[in-house]
Design a protein around this ligand. Structure first.
Ligand SMILES: [Zn+2]
Length: 125
């Protein structure tokens, strides 16, 4: 759990910086976060932690954290192909057993986008 709590703190800090730069005194409706499968982050814990910590931030009162999982994909240089590493195989290439070298995706932990609360209202007008 502490891992996710710290991560949420870091996330909220980035959101505060971003919000200060955006110069829009609006509420945030949703924060879409990319979380790679290889980051060891428990999405449920992150969501729960965010639901608690957002309460101390005025513009995040009703914000929802939406997690976009990114699959863990590696590339084998010998086979010149991408594969999904398996923990049982120690992440080695399933075809030639070469150890994991290049990670294509799965280590992401970043804000994809932020939705404003009154976005829909402004579209209707
Ligand atoms: Zn291979």
């Amino acid at each position: 759990m502490p891992h996710e709590v710290d991560m949420t703190k870091a996330l909220i800090l980035s959101l505060k910086e971003w919000w200060a730069e955006a110069q829009e005194a609006r509420q945030v409706k949703a924060v879409i976060l990319q979380v790679g499968d290889f980051t060891c982050v428990e999405p449920d814990l992150l969501t729960r932690s965010f639901a608690q910590q957002r309460l101390s931030v005025p513009f995040l009162q009703d914000a929802e954290l939406v997690i976009h999982p990114i699959p863990f994909v590696a590339h084998c240089r010998a086979c010149v192909q991408d594969y999904q590493p398996d923990l049982g195989l120690h992440y080695a290439c399933p075809t030639c057993q070469a150890p994991l070298h290049d990670i294509r995706s799965g280590r992401e932990l970043k804000i994809e986008r932020v939705e404003w609360a009154d976005e829909m209202a402004s579209i209707k007008m």
